[in-house]
Design a protein around this ligand. Structure first.
Ligand code: AMP
Ligand code: GLY
Length: 423
């Protein structure tokens, strides 16, 4: 089969590598891909958000199947455009992608169907939002309704901070159209877990649970980033909690989407907070997480292409899939200054040595002549899998030690909290 993967980061590299294992793949393309993906697939120079061009290219070049990985093209309706042209695709259609594309949609869905989440109020009027937060005594999260590159959430400890956040979003247009509606919600405490699930709209198969490390610096200090590293499975996510999530959160969400007339087919990502009152949903994503996919896909036992095709056909219950025993750890090497200003174009060295004990997924790289250069904030994801988490963490850092480029920044404590929990 001729397959196109849409996207060009570490997540897409992990998907491409896993798809390559499938005997049915005869040709693999990635748009736009990156300097590392180019070694595993043919890169096509079309950006992930050029929906029309991508759909047209896929039809003209006779792709048998397209995997749409990033949130933007999913929310823009790339899957619908492909379907119109007779090209089957993995990922939710535009209506189902609203579960990530609109926080108001997601929160209202959870409220209507009794799915546990932080209590909240949604506003499209700035004055009403300001009046509401003015008297608040408890910490709250103020969230832009639409997509904002993971940066549309402001945690506010005081009413004054909440007022400022509402003002920034609704009056000063800090997140553009995404922030014209906001959700103000209760602040939740507890360990966070990401659970990526494949679902065909009826059957749901969870992959290994994961723990992302979102802050830029050790000890969960510094700014929020797209993710500086991941471990899987997440030791806080016990079997009992997994069963509870399946019956109280995962299946109710799948059924809710069906009842709303927009069944979700693709990878549904549950961002959960394990609170003292039980697990609650912080966010849904309509796609594989990044960097979660870089830690979770290497632990998937089974043929990813067959599983994806079954999701599209509505036959996920026919495909044998399981989670491999053992653990994985992905450490991100980022450009100095990320997530704020950073420079690119720095030569990268040491990949060959690193690849002897780990998989290196490329997030932001490009090739120029013979050289591999940095081309983004997150540059590489170094993933090791091993029988225990402690071994996976040491192996990932051992491999990452060989890699260098000017200004390179890694957290040195990925997995530390999980290891403390394991005792
Ligand atoms: P989101 O983009 O909704 O995933 O939020 C980004 C991050 O903010 C989450 O991963 C959490 O760490 C944090 N967060 C979001 N909502 C809440 C909340 N209600 N209470 C505490 N932390 C939150
Ligand atoms: N790692 C969080 C996300 O993909 O949204």
């Amino acid at each position: 089969m001729r397959i196109l993967v849409v996207g060009g980061g570490g997540r897409e590299h992990a998907i491409v590598r896993k798809l390559k294992e499938s005997p049915r793949v005869t040709a693999l393309y990635c748009a736009p891909g990156n300097g590392g993906i180019a070694a595993d697939a043919t890169c096509v120079p079309i950006r992930a958000t050029e929906v029309e061009r991508l759909a047209q290219w896929a039809a003209e070049e006779k792709m048998d199947y397209v995997v749409v990985a990033p949130d933007d093209p999913l929310c823009m309706g790339l899957v619908d455009e492909l379907q119109k042209r007779g090209v089957p695709a993995f990922g939710p259609d535009r209506a189902a992608a609203r579960i990530e594309g609109s926080k108001v949609f997601a929160k209202d869905l959870m409220k209507r169907y009794g799915i546990p989440t932080a209590s909240y109020r949604a506003f499209d009027d700035a004055q009403a939002a300001l009046a509401y937060v003015r008297g608040l005594k408890t910490p709250v999260a103020v969230k832009a309704d639409g997509l904002a590159l993971g940066k549309g959430v402001i945690l506010c400890r005081t009413a004054a901070q909440a007022e400022e956040a509402v003002n920034d979003m609704m009056c000063k247009d800090r997140f553009g159209a995404s922030g014209r509606r906001v959700v103000v919600e209760e602040w939740l405490e507890g360990p966070e877990v990401s659970v990526l699930c494949l679902t065909d709209g009826r059957t749901l198969v969870p992959l290994a649970s994961a723990m992302d490390h979102k802050r830029a610096l050790d000890g969960d200090q510094g700014l929020n980033t797209g993710g500086m590293g991941v471990i899987a499975p997440n030791p806080f996510y016990t079997e009992a909690i997994a069963r509870q999530c399946m019956s109280e959160i995962f299946l109710p969400t799948v059924r809710a989407m069906q009842s709303e007339g927009c069944p979700f087919r693709g990878c549904l990502y549950f961002g959960l907070m394990l609170t003292a009152q039980g697990p609650k949903v912080i966010e849904y994503n309509c796609r594989f997480g990044d960097p979660e996919a870089q830690a979770v896909l290497p632990l998937l036992q089974g043929d990813l292409l067959e599983a994806m095709l079954a999701v599209t056909r509505g036959e996920l219950d026919q495909v044998p899939l399981s989670v491999k025993p053992g653990a994985s750890c992905c450490v991100i090497a980022a450009s100095g200054g990320y997530p704020e200003h950073y420079e690119t174009g720095k030569p990268i060295s040491g990949l060959e040595q690193a690849q002897q004990t780990a998989q290196v997924f490329h997030a932001g790289t490009r090739r120029e002549g013979g050289a591999l250069l940095t081309a983004g904030g997150r540059v590489l994801g170094v993933t090791a899998t091993a029988p225990t988490l402690s071994q996976a963490v040491s192996q990932a850092y051992e491999a990452a030690r060989h890699i260098s480029f000017e200004g390179m920044h890694m957290r040195s404590d990925i997995g530390a909290r999980a290891l403390r929990a394991l005792g």
